[in-house]
Design a protein around this ligand. Structure first.
Ligand code: SDX
Length: 431
């Protein structure tokens, strides 16, 4: 039976009716907007496990069924038939583009990939061993110091130029960070190359010889970016919405999202998975690490496993796992096969273990992606940067949805205060 409202009755018998709001898919929500005013209490949900922070038309996840839809289209179909630029258009504008719309969007992205030369000089100031995510968040944040013309968030006419600039420049900024850490000269973008061809060219070309783009690598990256493009109200997307809700300029909001993504519990997991696999080293060591992951006294967790929403296989992990075989074979990267074989063996052991079964811990998007990035020649420290490149379009789509919401209010949660009660100041000589 559908519920139209819940009634909450306080211990002293005062009742409040809480309306139920229904979406097109997924659980209904209880609107608690009047709760504090009528009952004088807040809700309490650390980590927002059961809290809907907003309504959105962009992405739907069913964690029990392992479903992921971008604007209603199953990610499996988009992975099989679409391209990252087309999926980016879909996420941003809500519909699959016509050929003319797609060509115009692609051309706009291709012609905004260069950085202001002043931004390039930031890279002269970073240490050679700076983490690429530190450079990415710093330089993306600095974009608000260069593109003053797109800072009026209340002028919808500026939203597209902001969108196209940040999507186009993320790979260029990422490549500049990679070149700094590898001690090679920066390579300028080329407008004749598509999104992932250009990224590979900027990452791996050197002035000393012509660079031949590996089309398998370009296609693998394109698919990885589709799979990373958006994921509902995850930690970094919620951070972008939170920062943007104050009216901060969109470049700063995206930089905040990059900072949140860096955490090993979130996008930083793909780098942590590779380091974990390297530490495990051999299938004979798997039981020891699985035991550590189950040991409450040990902070170690099996990186790339578990998910706040998916209590079944992450559909993205399935697609990436299938990609691994193909990419490793086609790239002739037999040297990476042991790492992939180790990951498969670890997955097999974990999925048969009662602890992981009981807690519904399955491989997530980060478990296999690093193996492919490594096979493409991308250094481990750049893995979360690759995640950020894919996810930027999701962040921007949510920022646009939030900033154009006529009911937008600044995000300002409350708390359960457990600190000291009111007390008077004590002079230093009396303490
Ligand atoms: C991403 O939200 C998104 O959509 C994120 C993302 C996206 O596209 O934006 O999908 C991308 O961030 C994927 C997740 C990448 N992170 C990791 O792989 C890091 C390892 N995973 C965990 O840290 C954890 O599973 C989280 C952070 C992913 C989820 O954390 P939750 O939802 O807060 O779950 P939890 O920590 O409360 O865990 C529930 C139980 C706990 O045991 P109990 O306290 O109930 O006894 O499961 C255990 C946890 O100890 N557990 C794990 C585990 N993950 C959870 N135990 C061992 N190894 C793990 N990986």
């Amino acid at each position: 039976m559908s519920k139209d409202a819940f009634t909450l009755t306080s211990p002293d018998g005062k009742s409040t009716t809480l309306p139920v709001r229904k979406g097109t898919l997924g659980p209904d929500v209880v609107d608690i907007g009047q709760l504090y005013k009528e009952q004088g209490v807040f809700t309490y949900d650390p980590g927002f496990v059961a809290t809907g922070s907003c309504k959105s038309d962009i992405t739907f996840i069913d964690g029990d069924e392992g479903v992921l839809l971008y604007r209603g289209y199953p990610v499996e179909q988009l992975a099989a038939h679409s391209s990252f630029i087309e999926v980016a258009y879909l996420l941003l504008y809500g519909q699959l583009p016509t050929k003319a719309q797609l060509d115009a969007f692609d051309t706009s992205i291709r012609t905004h990939t260069m950085l202001n030369e002043g931004m390039l000089r930031f890279f002269n100031g970073f240490r050679y061993d700076a983490h690429p995510m530190a450079m990415l968040s710093a330089v993306v944040g600095s974009m608000s110091a260069y593109y003053h013309d797109t800072l009026d968030i209340n002028d919808p006419g500026t939203h597209d130029i902001f969108t196209h600039r940040i999507l186009a420049k993320l790979p260029t900024i990422a490549a500049a960070a990679h070149k700094l850490t590898s001690g090679q000269p920066f390579v300028y973008p080329r407008n004749d190359l598509n999104y992932t061809q250009n990224l590979l060219h900027m990452f791996f070309a050197v002035p000393a010889e012509p660079y031949q783009i590996n089309e398998i690598a370009a296609q693998a990256l394109d698919l990885l970016f589709i799979l990373h493009a958006d994921h509902e109200q995850n930690c970094s997307t919620s951070t972008v919405r939170m920062a943007g809700s104050s009216g901060a300029n969109p470049y700063s909001a995206i930089a905040a999202g990059i900072a949140a993504l860096w955490g090993p519990a979130h996008g930083g997991a793909n780098e942590a998975v590779l380091r974990m696999l390297e530490e495990i080293g051999d299938t004979k060591n798997i039981p020891k690490f699985v035991a550590r992951a189950k040991d409450k006294s040990d902070s170690f967790r099996l990186m790339g496993f578990g998910h706040r929403v998916y209590k079944n296989f992450d559909p993205r992990a399935k697609i990436i796992r299938e990609m691994c075989h193909k990419v490793l074979a086609q790239m002739g990267r037999r040297t990476d096969t042991p790492m992939f074989d180790l990951a498969l063996a670890l997955e097999e052991v974990a999925l048969k273990d009662d602890y992981f079964i009981e807690k519904n811990l399955y491989p997530n998007v980060d478990f296999y992606s690093g193996i492919i990035y490594k096979a493409l020649g991308i250094p481990t420290s750049m893995f979360t940067v690759m995640f950020a490149i894919g996810r930027t379009v999701g962040w921007v789509a949510h920022w646009r949805e939030m900033i154009t919401d006529p009911n937008l209010r600044i995000s300002r949660p409350r708390q359960l205060y457990t600190g000291p009660k009111n007390r008077d100041y004590v002079q230093l000589n009396k303490r």
